[in-house]
Ligand binder design. Sequence first.
Ligand SMILES: CC(C)(COP(=O)(O)OP(=O)(O)OC[C@H]1O[C@@H](n2cnc3c(N)ncnc32)[C@H](O)[C@@H]1OP(=O)(O)O)[C@@H](O)C(=O)NCCC(=O)NCCS
Length: 180
Amino acid sequence: MGSRARPAASNVVTPTKGAPVSTVLRPVHADDLEAIAAIEQVAFSDPWSASAFADLMTYGHARTIVALDAAGEVLGYCVLLHVLDEGEIANIAVAPAFRGRGIAARLLDDALGAAVRMGLRSVFLEVRLSNEAARGLYGSRGFSSVGRRRGYYQDPLEDALILRWNAQASSESHVAAAGA
Ligand SMILES: CC(C)(COP(=O)(O)OP(=O)(O)OC[C@H]1O[C@@H](n2cnc3c(N)ncnc32)[C@H](O)[C@@H]1OP(=O)(O)O)[C@@H](O)C(=O)NCCC(=O)NCCS
């Protein structure tokens, strides 16, 4: 599976926590691609193009979900790739002005819920060592480190951590929490 878990562009400041914003999640439409590409430009130093997202729409093993505000504006998105019993969070980003409001958490929870329904056993991703926001997000959803790729990222050169989410461990922790 291709991999995508990149750094935030260096000029983007993650705001302090804001008030939760009400969002609707739904599968990506062709009309969303321009807005997604605009978020890519500010979220990543090596953004994907609108046509890369369009290609994903034709790929049976990709699930791209967007988060919209009440006016239908795209505030964020998440791409889950899945093959057999394995998944990968290939992309997730939120528009800078709307970060810290739980949007990525909703998108990731939705992707992991889909992973469970599809019978995936594990979901992997790669993340820059210095991407504290993303690492905080993944840690809060039960991802744990299973490896490190030295010098995986360019511009700037940096290691990637490989994180894994385990469906069984996650369901056990939910059962434990429910029984507590
Ligand atoms: C990473 C990113 C998607 C998080 O989006 P977000 O909508 O701001 O995240 P949320 O508000 O849903 O936060 C969910 C959890 O993530 C963690 N988190 C979010 N921002 C954080 C930060 N700046 N520092 C540390 N942890 C953070 C927290 O655990 C948070 O839970 P909490 O609010 O209960 O503490 C966003 O910063 C982004 O788009 N970054 C640029 C693109 C990117 O780096 N994508 C990931 C590539 S691996």
